[in-house]
Design a binder for this molecule. Structure first.
Ligand code: PEP
Ligand code: MN
Length: 365
């Protein structure tokens, strides 16, 4: 893949700090009071550098709050006048870009639902041409790295060199504990392909729930993400959008206190980065491993119920033998040690017998 990016370091547009760039603010600007009060409280935490607030809201269903629109620009101007925070808002059309730049918004971001559409991204890129404003590009809602890179390219080719990506997770197929699955290997691959591109994490839209923000933020920081965007609202309970995932400014401070800000610097940077990335992937695979084992045990329970109804014994030696042989063959194809795989499957089988016995015995009256 031929990737030709010109990207300035984040220090060219973000305030200097020992910590990653911390962006906080409400999902949506709702009223002047809510915008100013939230900003005033966020500013008290010296670690927060940028104030976010959505003015034009891409909502999944019509009939919900779709943002206050351009009139919120004056509120963001007041945030700049009254606090040390930079301001940021989402743009989805060329017209938004023009209005936001004219109003002096410091940083623009492109939302996940816009990144998926090259026509929209190109319209934004065309409106950005000739301006020198930092732009953050959220990942598309589907886990398509090429589409994400394509959007970054369109913005970069319009002359925007103050560029960063935001990882906000990907629409889950079903049954995820996350609102948007954090497919960490994608931002990691993005960082590998475009090393000079800062990648920020948005744990609020990944988690979709307040209590998931700290662990996701920790993980993002451990994977050396360049910043965090955390939705923060003076009164999250009554927020007009994303109420479940927004935190109060006090909780924002709590989250920032709880996160262990490990030193990213190491004698050998490439080693440190590689190690963190690989560990991140291992964590991800391990959690998938546990999910798969849990799903397997659920099937075992179903089998036990079936056997119970039909008065069939738990252990059928021939089936166990056949299963083991088949797994060992597959393991050999993958270059895995047969002893190791045998050991694992013996453990799995033992556990599955234990569960079946439990179900069978429970059936006895
Ligand atoms: C937002 O930041 O409020 C937003 C709409 O996010 P996303 O584009 O990630 O859904
Ligand atoms: Mn939101």
């Amino acid at each position: 893949m031929n990737l030709d990016f010109t990207i300035e370091p984040m220090s060219a547009w973000a305030p200097q700090s020992d910590l990653p760039l911390l962006i906080a603010g409400p999902c949506s600007a709702e009223s002047e009071e809510q915008v100013l009060e939230t900003a005033r409280l966020i500013e008290k935490d010296h670690r927060a550098m940028v104030y976010r607030a959505g003015l034009w809201k891409p909502r999944t269903r019509p009939g919900t709050f779709e943002g206050v629109g351009y009139k919120g620009l004056a509120w963001l101007q007041k945030v700049k006048e009254n606090t040390r925070l930079l301001t940021a808002t989402e743009v989805a059309r060329g017209e938004h870009v023009k209005l936001a730049i004219d109003a002096g918004v410091d940083i623009l971001w492109i939302g996940a639902r816009t990144t998926v559409n090259p026509f929209s991204v190109q319209e934004i890129a065309d409106a950005l041409r000739g301006h020198d404003v930092p732009v953050l590009v959220k990942n598309p809602i589907n886990p398509d790295l090429q589409l994400w890179i394509g959007a970054l390219e369109r913005i970069n080719q319009a002359g925007i060199t103050k560029l960063a990506a935001i990882h906000r997770g990907f629409s889950p197929v079903s049954g995820s504990k996350y609102r948007n699955d954090p497919v960490w290997k994608l931002p990691i691959e993005l960082k590998r392909l475009i090393p000079e591109l800062p990648v920020i994490c948005d744990p609020s839209h990944i988690g979709g729930a307040r209590d998931l923000i700290e662990p996701i933020g920790q993980k993002a920081f451990d994977l050396q993400m360049a910043g965090l965007m955390i939705e923060t609202h003076v009164n999250p309970e009554v927020a007009l959008s994303d109420a479940k995932q927004q935190v109060t400014p006090a909780r924002l401070t709590g989250i920032l206190d709880e996160i262990v800000w490990r030193h990213a610097e190491a004698a050998n940077k490439e080693f440190a980065h590689g190690l963190e990335s690989l560990r991140g992937e291992i964590d991800e695979l391990d959690s998938q491993l546990i999910d798969v084992l849990a799903a397997r045990m659920n099937l075992v329970d179903e089998i036990a119920e079936l056997k119970k109804r039909n008065d069939v014994t738990i252990l059928q030696v021939s089936r166990y033998q056949e299963m083991l042989e088949n797994r060992l063959q597959r393991a050999a194809q993958k270059g895995m040690s047969p002893e190791f795989i045998k050991l694992i499957f013996e453990q799995i089988h033992q556990n599955s017998i234990k569960r079946q016995e439990h179900i069978m015995n429970a059936a006895k009256v």
